[in-house]
Design a protein around this ligand. Structure first.
Ligand SMILES: Nc1ncnc2c1ncn2[C@@H]1O[C@H](COP(=O)(O)OP(=O)(O)O)[C@@H](O)[C@H]1O
Ligand SMILES: [Mg+2]
Length: 223
């Protein structure tokens, strides 16, 4: 599902060269749940951004969901992203739309037949326990609920791969636990998951294979 082969990423800023990732190689098989750990600045977000073609690698090979990411033309990037669900620390919901509309919007963009949109959106909301907030606006949600909505929006397109970048970073411990349980549920239903977190304790609690980054280097691959 994911394969990186000797990947490097250097950010250029004027005359400065800032190496963010050095010689990263690993594979994640279909259906695996993998944690990407490492302290702040380790390179987790950069690595995820390379996977969904938000940044270009400097060197190496990247394969994601059957796409040769480095060879993709700009016009092919939406095709790659269609097969991915992505969640961030902050839910990034459209504030002028209800929870239901935020999710239905994704389906409309994907060209889902109109009659399928409502049942699919409600199914996704049910999967994250948020059916009762379908008509709420983002400002009316708690942070945990907003993150549930973001998860529903990510899974409504039945992605092959879910990428989560610090999805519990804004949440207290109880809410973080609920979101992680939901992500585990999503993983156990067959979606491949790559979850980045700087919270070492949380990475340990998950009891999943863990790729540990430090200073842009892959330090450990275990579990
Ligand atoms: N757009 C960018 N331009 C320059 N440097 C960047 C950029 N994005 C990230 N970096 C640098 O790359 C390193 C890794 O950052 P990041 O991937 O955000 O780490 P993490 O997500 O693990 O906290 C850091 O040193 C950061 O400052
Ligand atoms: Mg980060």
């Amino acid at each position: 599902m994911i394969r990186l082969h000797h990947v490097c990423k250097v950010f250029e800023s004027g005359p400065m060269r800032l190496p963010a990732l050095s010689d990263i190689s690993f594979s994640v098989e279909k259906g695996e749940f993998v944690v990407l750990s490492g302290t702040s600045g380790a390179g987790k977000t950069t690595l995820l951004r390379l996977l969904y073609a938000d940044e270009q690698a400097t060197e190496g090979e990247i394969e994601v969901a059957g796409f040769d990411v480095r060879a993709l033309r700009r016009s092919d990037v939406p095709r790659l992203r269609r097969s991915l669900g992505i969640v961030f620390q902050d839910a990034k919901l459209l504030s002028g739309r209800t929870v239901f509309e935020n999710i239905a919007f994704v389906l409309r963009v994907l060209g889902t037949p109109r009659r399928e949109i409502t049942p699919k959106a409600f199914q996704a909301l049910k999967a994250v326990g948020l059916s009762s907030k379908a008509q709420a606006y983002p400002a009316q949600l708690s942070q945990g609920e907003a993150q549930r909505a973001a998860l529903a929006r990510a899974i409504v397109k039945s992605p092959a791969l879910l990428l989560a970048d610090e999805p519990t970073g804004n949440l207290d411990e109880a809410m973080a636990g609920e979101i992680l349980d939901l992500i585990k549920d999503i993983g156990s239903r067959g979606t491949t998951v790559l979850l980045a977190t700087h919270q070492a304790r949380l990475a340990t609690q998950l009891k999943r294979r863990t790729l540990k980054l430090g200073g842009g280097v892959l330090l450990k691959d275990e579990g």
